[in-house]
Design a protein around this ligand. Structure first.
Ligand code: NAI
Length: 319
């Protein structure tokens, strides 16, 4: 069995993303301190993690080489920030998406951390120049944006502040690889980072197509889940181009004009409200009523599918 790793990781905020990060780090063999201001959140996170890890072990999907019991023994809760970060080598912040709150937390950390620890944020929308402005330890700060649920979807977008040291990026990249995630480096910040820019481009055209009556909401989703998404789970849009012709240059020769023609017909940014919103909301609610019971059942089914896909991807890579 792989030994546990030297060094301790702190996860700040034990909600949806924090508990998932804790599991991923423990899977990589790291000791994890789960810090929150709400004791009940920590208690429920630890219960959730224990239940999840045991189920993952049974289904053969537990990450890493340590068994569930050992991984669980690596995670402990803490409600005192100073105690939590004492001796930490990496801190992953996972508090609610509010700039002022996050700035306050990084400000507190700035006063108590040493010059080696990496301060990382899970933010999905806040830019590093806003988040880390004025911090003494800005060189050690980075955004490591995960995808929900991080346990099954390994991508992590690494976004530096202009003053982030290259070694902070490199160390975070190496750590993410070590715990089995799939990091990508952005060289500079940009609104939406990369994943959400791609996602919003798709959502926006989906909205326009339904709004113009070209296709029903249910069929639109099928275009992705039974069409584009099938290949995107294995190869990206650029490699798709390369493989769908005799290489990229040939693809551009063949399809350049057609792509530009279609792209010029795209409409303006939708306002995501009004009649189209009602129509799409109604169609989505027919399949999954928007109450916690139905939404949670569908989310559990989605996570099971993602787990199966993760298993398949692992098999395909080892072939
Ligand atoms: P959440 O609301 O589930 O959890 C937030 C946790 O932070 C709660 O346990 C809360 O008690 C705790 N908290 C509040 N104030 C605190 C403080 N001062 N110190 C320590 N803990 C505090 O939020 P969620 O969904 O886990 O999101 C966390 C971060 O992850 C956000 O920045 C979000 O944008 C990002 N993210 C979320 C994704 C998602 O799909 N939910 C996906 C990728 C990133």
């Amino acid at each position: 069995m792989e030994p546990t790793q030297a060094g301790q990781v702190v996860v700040i905020g034990s909600g949806l993303i924090g508990r998932s990060w804790a599991m991923v780090f423990a899977g990589g063999g790291f000791r994890v301190k789960l810090y929150d201001v709400v004791q009940q959140q920590i208690t429920s996170a630890l219960e959730y993690i224990s239940k999840e890890m045991k189920e993952l072990e049974k289904s053969g999907m537990l990450k890493g080489t340590l068994n569930a019991e050992k991984q669980l023994s690596l995670i402990s809760g803490c409600t005192d920030l100073k105690t939590a970060v004492d001796g930490a080598m990496f801190i992953q912040e996972c508090t609610p998406e509010k700039l002022e709150l996050k700035k306050k937390i990084f400000g507190q950390l700035d006063l108590i951390v040493n010059n080696d620890v990496i301060l990382s944020s899970s933010t999905s929308t806040l830019l590093p120049t806003k988040l880390f402005a004025g911090l003494k330890h800005v060189k050690q700060c980075i955004v490591a944006h995960p995808v929900n649920p991080p346990y099954y979807v390994p991508l992590v977008e690494l976004v530096p502040h202009p003053e982030t040291e290259p070694s902070t990026v490199d160390k975070t990249y190496a750590l993410m690889k070590k715990i089995g995630q799939s990091p990508v480096k952005l060289t500079k910040e940009i609104d939406g980072f990369v994943l959400n820019r791609l996602q919003y481009a798709v959502i926006s055209e989906a909205w326009r197509l339904v709004g113009e009556g070209v296709i029903s909401p249910a069929d639109l989703d099928l275009v992705m889940s039974d069409g584009l998404g099938m290949r995107y789970a294995f190869i990206g849009p650029l490699e798709t181009m390369h493989l769908n012709a005799e290489g990229m240059t040939n693809y551009c020769e063949r399809y350049r004009e057609g792509m530009i023609h279609v792209l010029k017909t795209f409409g303006p940014v939708p306002d995501f409200s009004g009649e189209i919103e009602q129509q799409i909301s109604q169609a989505m609610s027919e399949r999954t009523p928007a109450d916690p019971e139905h939404l949670n059942a569908r989310r559990a089914w989605r996570d099971e599918c993602l787990m199966g896909l993760a298993k398949l991807k692992k098999q395909m890579k080892s072939n």
